[in-house]
Design a protein around this ligand. Structure first.
Ligand code: ADP
Ligand code: ADP
Length: 221
């Protein structure tokens, strides 16, 4: 599903290159559940954003589902993202002015689905995630765990093949975190969703089948 070859990312700081990613080579097969670990500033989020087509490296190749995705026009990149990728953020990134229902529906509107199709998909997700009673509430009326469930439901609305999560349990207590990890495991094993998550927690990392350790922009393990 994912092949990264010799990926470099840097910023120009005072005339010098400050490297964030240095010669990353990585293969992730369809159906894997991969955890990325490493200290703050080691490049985890940058790597995840590149995988999710939200950022581009300065050098290297990225083949996603066999397609060379670097240098694609914005329109093609965003079409790929909408069709195949879901992204979950640590701080949820929900839209506070929209209800739970409307937040989950948003990516389907961007995908130009008909209202009846959107309704069926959102209703299914709300049911599956056990948030039926919350669907007309706004994000600020929910607990952190519930907000993250909405964030995940929104990411899954387009039935992505690849789910990317940047510290999805970082703002949650351990019980809420465990529920989210159990859900990820289920999505991976039963629905066949490929998952790549960034996490600081060894315990959460072990939900996956492989742990990648970054240090100073390089894969060290
Ligand atoms: P992590 O997720 O492991 O904490 P990040 O990928 O967020 O690491 O960041 C890696 C490094 O890139 C950090 O040292 C950060 O300071 C640097 N960085 C990120 N964005 C910029 C930027 N716009 N300009 C300069 N340096 C940046
Ligand atoms: P969970 O463990 O399921 O995430 P919590 O124990 O944090 O839930 O919250 C329990 C209930 O309190 C939830 O049903 C939620 O609707 C409500 N709640 C939590 N935080 C807030 C808040 N900041 N404002 C309003 N209601 C909240």
């Amino acid at each position: 599903m994912i092949q990264l070859n010799n990926i470099f990312k840097w910023y120009n700081v005072g005339g010098n290159r400050s490297f964030v990613l240095k010669d990353i080579n990585l293969h992730i097969a369809e159906g894997e559940f991969v955890s990325i670990m490493g200290p703050s500033g080691s490049g985890k989020s940058t790597l995840l954003h590149i995988l999710g087509l939200l950022d581009e490296p300065d050098e290297g190749e990225y083949f996603f589902l066999g397609e060379n995705v670097l240098g694609l026009k914005e329109k093609q990149r965003s079409a790929l993202y909408k069709q195949y990728i879901g992204f979950v953020f640590q701080a949820y990134h929900l839209i506070d002015e929209l209800t739970v229902y409307e937040n989950i529906e948003t990516p389907l509107i961007y995908k130009n689905l008909k209202s009846s199709e959107r309704k069926a998909i959102v209703a299914d997700l709300i049911d599956r995630f056990g948030i039926v009673g919350k669907k007309d509430l706004f994000p600020t009326q929910l607990s952190g765990g519930q907000q993250q469930l909405v964030g995940i439901a929104r990411a899954l609305a387009t039935t992505p093949k690849l789910l990317l999560a940047d510290e999805p349990t970082g703002n949650l207590n351990s019980k809420q975190g465990e529920e989210i990890m159990d859900l990820f495991k289920q999505l991976n094993e039963e629905d066949g969703v490929t998952i790549v998550q960034v996490t600081h927690s060894e315990k959460n990392a072990e939900y996956g089948n492989r742990i990648i350790e970054l240090l100073d922009g390089q894969i060290v393990k």
